[in-house]
Design a protein around this ligand. Structure first.
Ligand SMILES: N[C@@H](CCC(=O)N[C@@H](CS)C(=O)NCC(=O)O)C(=O)O
Length: 170
């Protein structure tokens, strides 16, 4: 029986199915497009995650390589070591565990047999705040040198290593 629109029942059903199919095709092609060309923010997030994973992996690799090639400790007469230990008690190294510059400085501390306190400026909020407020900036490694009333914050791994060598290598 012809309808008001001029289409019979079968034609209406067919037109309705065609619209449904069209919607389905559009939705699926949208999904495919999103899959092939993810939105820019998703791509940026993935890139950041990849870079972070690489950085963490590289940090762990540096720590591992440094561990298996760690230098042997300098040997001193007991009295000389006791005096060095006393001097080292006035020093502390603000550092990050996986920072290559900090690894370099920690190796010097080990080689010179200096029991210097390590302060984790990444995970320890108090150490981080002290470094920022008293040292002046968040940059590691930083050697804190306490001499009586005076405190010096020595930045730059090269400068720290030279200071340690000059003071303790002899
Ligand atoms: N030239 C400096 C470079 C030190 C450096 O770049 N340290 C990085 C960590 S590996 C740092 O402190 N970054 C500050 C931050 O991550 O907030 C040195 O040799 O000590």
């Amino acid at each position: 029986m012809p309808q008001q629109s001029g289409l019979n029942r079968t034609e209406i059903v067919l037109a309705w199915r065609a619209r449904q199919l069209d919607g389905l095709v559009r939705a699926e092609s949208g999904k495919l497009r999103a899959c092939l060309f993810p939105p820019v923010h998703l791509m940026r997030e993935s890139l950041f995650m990849l870079l972070k994973a690489l950085r963490v992996g590289l940090g762990q690799l540096i720590i591992f390589l440094s561990f298996i090639t760690r230098p042997s400790k300098m040997k001193r007469a007991p009295e000389a070591q006791a005096s060095v230990d006393q001097a080292a008690a006035q020093l502390s190294l603000y550092q990050f565990n996986a920072c290559p510059f900090c690894v370099k400085t920690r190796r010097t501390l080990r080689r010179l047999n200096l029991p210097v306190a390590l302060r984790d400026a990444k995970n320890n909020p108090e150490a981080r705040q002290a470094l920022l407020e008293q040292g002046g900036k968040i940059q590691v490694p930083c050697l804190r040198i306490d001499e009586g009333e005076q405190t010096t914050w020595l930045y730059e791994s090269k400068a720290i290593n030279s200071y340690l060598e000059q003071r303790f290598a002899a």
